[in-house]
Design a protein around this ligand. Sequence first.
Ligand code: 3PY
Ligand code: MG
Length: 249
Amino acid sequence: MLFRDALAGQRPLLGLWQALANPYTAEICARVGYDWLLIDGEHAPNTLPTLLAQLQAVAPFPVEPIARVPMGEPIAIKQYLDLGYRTLLVPMVDSAEQARAVVAATRFPPYGTRGVASATSRASGFGADASYLKDAHLKVTVIAQIESKAALEQIDAIAAVDGIDALFIGPADLAASLGHLGHATHPDVQHAIDEAKSAIDRTGKPAGIFALSADDARLRITQGYRFISLGTDIGIMSRGAAALLKAVA
Ligand code: 3PY
Ligand code: MG
């Protein structure tokens, strides 16, 4: 099922950030039962081969791999789609103009400006999928990150762009943009998040968010977020390693 269709389902979709940039750990997380995994091309040390390896590693499992591009420019969008990612998270979308450019980069002409690799792309089954070029635009889910003061004021316009399927609030960058770098729990930031959620709800598009803790994730579920990241592979590993040492040493 396409991620944008799954977002319309009964329950919120729970995800986990993959920042280790590693197919082995992505496979471990894919087995656990999360609805989606975010493979991070913005802040994790990923390259096209590591992005490909993680996509292949999670393929046997019923989990949606979402790739975050470094920024909303056409080169990475084209390359990630050619690898076979079909759901993209785009950071720092601050205007409708940027949102339109992002959507255009995900679609072949006449719907957009995506360059054509055809028989050499993994996305088309290396040419085996005869309908790929014709149908590719129907299979892409584009999620815009709302994570700046400017974006807060443009939520209506960004959400109105045809092809923007969902909006995802980034608390860390939003905190920084509001003058509270490193303090996403600050009441001003939390207030801005609540306002953003209400604004997104008014547009009718699904809202997602990165939860700051398990308690925060439970709160976001009650608030009606449709997709929520529960944490990161790095956080789980470092907390687990520290807890084990503490339990014994
Ligand atoms: C942020 O919090 O800024 C993110 O991009 C991830 O949620
Ligand atoms: Mg961010």
